[in-house]
Structures are given as C-alpha cells and as structure tokens.
Design a binder for this molecule. Structure first.
Ligand code: HEG
Length: 142
C-alpha cells in the first residue's frame, strides 16, 4: 500500500484539476508506445498509428483519463475502485509492468507542462500517485 499524505493528496488534486486531461493522457500514451515499443502489442486495432492525435490513441486516452479521474477522487480506496479494472487488464493480458511505464511517461508530460512549477514535491506526489494506481490495477492479478 502506498501511503499518500494529506499534502500529497492536495498536490495531486490541484494538478489534476488544472490539467488538460485528455491531451496529457494522449501524449503520455504516445510516449509510452514510442519509448517502450512492446507496449503496442495489444493495440493491433490502431493499425500502427500511435501518435497522440490518432483516433485509437485518443479513444484510449479518454478511457484512461476517465479512470484516473476516478482515482484522484478516491485516493485512499484505489484497490476497491480498480477491482474490476484490474481483473479486466489481467483477462486482456496486459503486463503489470506497463502500468508503471505509463506512470513514468505521464510524469514526463507533467514536467513539460508545469515547467517551473514542477518541483521535487510535485514529482514525488505524482510518482506516489502512479505507484498507487499501478498497484491497484495489479491487485487482482494471480
Ligand atoms: Mg488500460 C482498457 C484504464 C494502463 C492496455 N484501460 C482499459 C480501460 C480502462 C483502462 C478504463 C477500458 C476498460 C473497459 O472497457 O472495461 N489503463 C487504464 C488505466 C491505466 C491503464 C487507468 C493507467 C495506468 N492499459 C494501460 C497500459 C496498457 C493498457 C499501460 C498497455 C500498454 N487497457 C489496455 C488494453 C485495454 C485497456 C489493451 C483493452 C482495449 C481497450 O479497451 O481499448
């Protein structure tokens, strides 16, 4: 379990509320597909179109951003919130390592967008958020 402090929860909520959620998620996905090309394995329907503006990536970004929105509002109950989603990812055959990779590329996008506001505290809060999300999405794998 990741222990997200009150201060960190505040930082996470604040960043999320001011973020272009769809665009940032789409760019984080583009980056994960580019840097870790094996992550494209289960997205054959995208026909090798993995840029942020491509329709497949946009569609997936909507789903992921929607789930992240839920996570931000349930920071202390993530395993419960993502119970079914974890089962779903296991059924589809998504490697749990991929959740961490997307967390990393999402943090890169935050750094690019927040510029001077991307402090060590913000990095730490975002890192813990994605660690918690990855943990919850992995919780039903067995
Ligand atoms: Mg996953 C489906 C959320 C990372 C591969 N993902 C989904 C869905 C959601 C979601 C909400 C739709 C579920 C449904 O239709 O019932 N994904 C989600 C989050 C994260 C994540 C919050 C954050 C870390 N997913 C992720 C990664 C990969 C992946 C890193 C692979 C590299 N997801 C994946 C696949 C599907 C989903 C192959 C099924 C295809 C689809 O629905 O488009």
């Amino acid at each position: 379990m990741v222990n997200i402090t009150k201060k960190e929860a505040q930082i996470i909520t604040d960043i999320w509320n001011h973020l272009d959620k769809q665009g940032t998620t789409a760019h984080a996905l583009e980056r994960v597909f580019a840097v870790y090309p094996w992550t494209t394995r289960l997205f054959g329907s995208f026909n090798n179109h993995f840029k942020a503006g491509d329709s497949g990536v946009q569609g997936h970004a909507t789903k992921v951003a929607g789930a992240l929105e839920k996570a931000v509002h349930n920071l202390h109950d993530l395993d419960k919130v993502f119970h079914q989603l974890s089962e779903k990812h296991q059924t589809i055959g998504v490697d749990t390592q991929n959740f961490k990779l997307l967390g990393q590329t999402f943090i890169v996008e935050l750094a690019i967008q927040l510029k001077g506001k991307f402090t060590p505290e913000v990095h730490e809060a975002a890192f813990k958020f994605f660690l918690a999300v990855a943990g919850a999405l992995s919780s039903q794998y067995h």
